[in-house]
Design a protein around this ligand. Structure first.
Ligand code: M6R
Length: 650
């Protein structure tokens, strides 16, 4: 949130924005790639990170039309990126091969043109963009105001701009590296979380970036270099990238990348190659990214399983960097995650406890450290995050490690903060997830958790090799089962069109069906803005059943009748209880389960799979349902209101 005293009344602004920087070779005689085009393309790919406003700044290669010397030219607009593009068509910027761009997300306060980034110095020669929060903003602002600095926006970012301009003015004129050195000096004065990019008219062909607790990666091009909040910013141009660590400043030119700590110590960043290409981050003929990502789920599961078992069926997890004796000695697992990733953790709890006989707790990452959790060197903390940048999870990971626990990250994004700061990483291979609503990452996270559970069970001797192999076989059958659901989804789509005006929808599940119910409700809330609740089916009669009125839609996730204990019968009873009170019951039930028929108004069929595999299949109709309701309502499925893909503020 914006620090106190930010002005403008109750304005409290936090950002998890998209940031792009680019510089390519250029001279007046041989102009390089057009910086603006590269940056706008990057912003288009990053818009899922925030879409309240957008802005760009370009260092012009040559003089202006009126003969003014080369300088900085910029534009910014409240609203979606398209509004900025329209504005640029009406009033084009000067051409240049060095540029920065920003797409913003705000938690409070109306997004305005003035608050959009970049923020310029008083002389208009310096531009700064920012993701994060400057926590000591108010103190710094007061100091600057006392010196006569006039602020043009309500943002904390503008403090950095003026501090940087002031520090730069104190550097030897035109000194090489003056912008980077000034950035280091300014960063040492800042508290909070930030990724910053800056360009200055006196540093042609140079972009300087800095990061603390907010994401920033470098893209290495041929005669050009890139900076981005994530690799999507430059994936159209290069797959070769560098990870930046905490408290580092980077300076890019067309031919060089220099990284130092905030204290100026040179750093050699870790290189990595992105394992997906630009096409994977395009809609590919689907109406929404979410639709494409839902259809990629069979592949996401299959790719996450790839190469993880040997010819004899035994588990091989080569990304694990925690030694086997430590893993054998684990006496508790705590899963930390947020949103959909946390629901994957709830599913994993049932499987891991069943296979490994280790107690598993699941904590929302933002609650974890505040409850003073009991952590010892024998605790394994499993941090699940698609983006690898969710700040609540980052902070929880740090807390766990400080307390001596081992942390294993299950993550979809190479080069991101969470796996880098963990003791081990197990990557999901879902490919880029662009839609704000998580779908294929959920299935891949459950798959990865299961792999971890099987690995531990094998290592600790809880399961025999043939038992592990049997479950691996069940996992390998999941992609075909998910495909079957996708192929037969018309009934769900029709149901969505019918229920488009439902004011509230309830979801019931038991055992692994419970987190599926929670996920079904979350999808409907975030995409269709319909009030929805997921309940443990057994909890109904302890209160929530009072909500049921005639006509109330209630989804019931029905376990397999071939499953364990009396789960199936219990859930059927719960369906009967709500139907007896007038609910319109929609059963998600396996093919051939006729016991459900007397208790369901609608039955959505899914293929028969073993109990622990069921969440990977039964969640799919719920994802499609939410997407279709949102589409029918005319909402933007990929960028629902008030949300951003990656929540990089606490
Ligand atoms: O990138 P992460 O997996 O850490 O993100 C966690 C949540 O923010 C995310 O799953 C969120 O709940 C999605 N919008 C759900 O669709």
């Amino acid at each position: 949130m914006m620090p106190p005293g930010a002005g403008g009344g109750a304005t409290s602004v936090g950002r998890m924005c998209g940031i792009v920087g680019f510089t390519g070779s250029s001279s007046a005689a041989a102009p390089g790639p057009e910086g603006l085009a590269v940056v706008l393309e990057g912003l288009r790919r990053l818009e899922y990170r925030g879409y309240d406003s957008a802005g760009v700044a370009v260092l012009a290669d040559g003089p202006g039309a009126d003969g003014t010397p080369p300088g900085l030219t910029s534009a910014k607009r409240a609203g979606r990126l398209a509004r900025l593009v329209e504005a640029l068509e009406e009033s084009p910027l000067l051409e240049g091969s060095t540029a920065i761009g920003h797409t913003r997300w705000a938690t409070h306060g109306g997004p305005t043109d003035a608050n959009a980034h970049p923020h310029l110095s008083a002389d208009g020669r310096l531009a700064v963009i920012h993701n994060g929060i400057i926590e000591n903003y108010a103190v710094l602002k007061a100091e600057l105001q006392a010196e006569g600095v006039v602020f043009a926006s309500e943002t904390d970012t503008e403090v950095v701009t003026h501090l940087l301009a002031r520090t730069l003015a104190e550097q030897p004129a035109g000194g090489a590296g003056a912008l980077a050195e000034s950035m280091r000096r300014v960063c040492r004065q800042l508290d909070g979380a930030f990724t910053l990019l800056a360009v200055h008219a006196d540093s042609p062909g140079t972009v300087v970036g800095a990061r603390r607790n907010s994401p920033l990666v470098v893209g290495l091009g041929d005669g050009a270099n890139y900076l981005g909040s994530d690799v999507a910013a430059f994936i159209a141009h290069t797959k070769e990238a560098l990870e930046l660590g905490q408290d580092q400043v980077v300076q890019i030119t067309a031919t060089a990348v220099e990284v130092t700590g905030f204290d100026g110590t040179p750093v050699t960043p870790r290189a990595f190659t992105v394992d997906w290409d630009a096409e994977a981050a395009e809609k590919g003929g689907h109406p929404w990214f979410m639709d494409k990502e839902i259809h990629e789920q069979p592949k996401a599961v299959a790719d996450t399983l790839l190469g993880r078992s040997d010819a004899a069926g035994a588990m091989v997890l080569d990304e694990l960097r925690i030694d086997e004796s430590t893993l054998r000695g684990i006496d508790k697992i705590i899963v930390i995650a947020c949103g959909t990733a946390a629901f994957a953790g709830y599913v994993a709890k049932y499987a891991i406890e069943h296979w490994c006989r280790i107690p598993v707790e699941v904590d929302l990452a933002h609650e974890f450290r505040y409850r003073d959790p009991v952590l010892t060197p024998r605790t394994l903390v499993v941090a699940i995050s698609q983006s690898g940048e969710t700040m609540d999870v980052v902070m929880a990971v740090r807390h766990a490690r400080e307390q001596g626990a081992k942390v294993l990250a299950i993550c979809n994004t190479r080069g991101s903060t969470i796996p880098r700061e963990s003791d081990a990483a197990l990557y999901t291979h879902a490919g880029p997830e662009v839609a704000v609503a998580s779908t294929k990452a959920f299935l891949a996270q459950i798959t990865a958790c299961y792999l971890l559970g099987l690995y531990l069970a094998q290592l600790r001797g809880n399961l025999f090799p043939d038992e592990v192999a049997a479950v691996i076989g069940q996992l390998h059958a999941v992609p075909a089962a998910v495909q079957e659901v996708l192929d037969g989804a018309e009934a769900v789509r029709a149901l969505a069109r019918e229920l488009v005006d439902a004011p509230t929808v309830l979801f019931l599940g038991r055992h692994v069906g419970y987190p599926v119910a929670l996920e079904g409700a979350l999808k409907l809330k975030e995409l269709a803005y319909i009030h929805a609740e997921g309940f443990a089916a057994g909890e109904l009669k302890h209160g929530p059943i009072a909500l049921v009125e005639p006509g109330q839609p209630v989804f019931v996730i029905v376990p397999s009748p071939r499953g364990r204990d009396s789960l199936h019968a219990k859930v059927i009873s719960n369906a009967a209880e709500v139907r007896a009170r007038g609910a319109r019951t929609i059963a998600i039930a396996e093919v051939g389960d006729d016991a459900v028929l007397p208790h369901a108004d609608v039955v959505i069929r899914v293929p028969a799979v073993p109990t622990l595999m069921a969440p990977l299949v039964t969640v799919v109709p719920l994802q499609i349902f939410a997407m279709e309701v949102a589409t029918a309502k005319g909402y933007d499925v990929d960028q629902p209101r008030n949300l951003a893909k990656s929540v990089t503020v606490e």
